[in-house]
Write a protein that binds this ligand. Structure first.
Ligand code: PHE
Length: 344
């Protein structure tokens, strides 16, 4: 009896040694047979009662060694299979295969134009300044010499914050002039790009939100000739224009004031249409900073003079890229934006 039961355990032990599972499925079968809750070693422990007393110890050790052999083999094989699986993944990796294409985004034409303008002015010593889009009435209007009854203050043009007569969405980038002049001493040479807001829902062609760039130069002895030459430099760099003209105009914060046109000619259909057949395109408003504005901002108007200019970005983007409908600039349609990927 005892000898037979010993043989039975030895047979199991031998079987464990001979087993050679190759796949995860075969290993699972191995686990079920020798380690799982219904394994074939377990019932052998019950046979211990049938073994002669003096052999019980030896029998127990034999079964335990079968149990341990099964566990050790299972763990070793499992590790082997796992590292083989890893190696398989690495082995299948084709490093020469073409990668997944990366879709490059593009800069918005407004940003491209803005960056060009900034770059042109940075080359002659202007530095970028910024101001908040939510402004106070003082910076947007009062400091800029815009009288209480000026039409630009009209509720129809200006978005005031709800319930406020003091806080508003800036209607131009000119308040940045006042912010700079109240916080810095001349010489001041800044270029201030940014978003501005006007309540223009009355006109279907207009948009309530657009972009401007403001320029300001304040120092001793700054003259209208400096303004004209600076703008001429800009027009030739930006548009390749050889001619500019300054038409008298009016802004509350400059005196004298002017509007600058650049000569684009009428050769192409596009420049003909854009200039309404005149060859001239209006680009910006400008002038000598009104002494009252300097004083409002704490700058001695007897010692210092300055010039300022401000221009919209969207129209220049239309001109540079031959875009026919300004609404394309606001719609964020990828079919429109994608071609700008190549432009930096
Ligand atoms: N702020 C003016 C506008 O929005 C432009 C401007 C800026 C004019 C600076 C003169 C000087 O139209």
């Amino acid at each position: 009896m005892s000898a037979a039961i010993f043989d039975q355990v030895r047979t199991v032990l031998k079987a464990i040694e001979q087993e050679a599972p190759q796949t995860p499925e075969e290993l699972e079968q191995f686990r079920i047979r020798y380690i799982g809750s219904k394994n074939i070693i377990k019932p052998l422990f019950d046979e211990i009662k049938n073994v002669a007393n003096e052999q019980k110890r030896e029998f127990g050790q034999l079964i335990n060694s079968a149990k341990q052999a099964a566990e050790a083999k299972f763990n070793a094989l499992k590790e082997q299979l796992e590292s083989a699986a890893d190696a398989g993944v690495a082995g299948n990796l084709d490093l020469t295969a073409p990668g997944e294409p990366i879709e490059l985004g593009s800069r918005h034409p407004v940003s491209i134009v803005l960056n060009r303008i900034i770059n042109i002015f940075e080359r002659i010593g202007f530095v970028v300044a910024e101001g908040p889009e939510i402004e106070t009435d003082w910076f947007n209007f009062t400091a800029m010499n815009t009288p209480e009854d000026h039409p630009a203050r009209d509720m129809q043009d200006t978005f005031y914050l709800k319930g406020s007569t003091e806080m508003l969405l800036r209607t131009h980038t000119s308040p940045v002039q006042a912010r700079i002049m109240t916080s810095q001493k001349p010489p001041i040479r800044v270029i201030a790009p940014g978003r501005v807001y006007r309540n223009e829902t009355i006109s279907s062609r207009s948009h309530c939100q657009f972009h401007q760039v403001e320029g300001l130069y304040v120092d001793e002895g700054v003259s209208f000739a400096d303004l004209r030459q600076t703008l001429y430099y800009f027009a030739s760099e930006m548009f390749g224009a050889t001619k500019i003209r300054l038409r008298p105009s009016y802004f509350p914060f400059t005196e004298p004031s002017a509007e600058m046109d650049v000569f684009l000619g009428t050769e192409t259909e596009q420049t003909y249409r854009l200039t309404k057949g005149t060859g001239w395109l209006e680009i910006l408003g400008c002038g000598m900073v009104d002494p009252q504005v300097l004083e409002n901002c704490g700058i001695d108007s007897k010692k210092y003079t300055g010039f300022a200019f401000g221009m919209g970005i969207e129209r220049q983007a239309l001109r540079l890229y031959g875009i026919s409908d300004i609404r394309s600039l606001f719609e964020n349609d990828v079919r429109f934006l994608r071609p700008f990927t190549a432009v930096v």
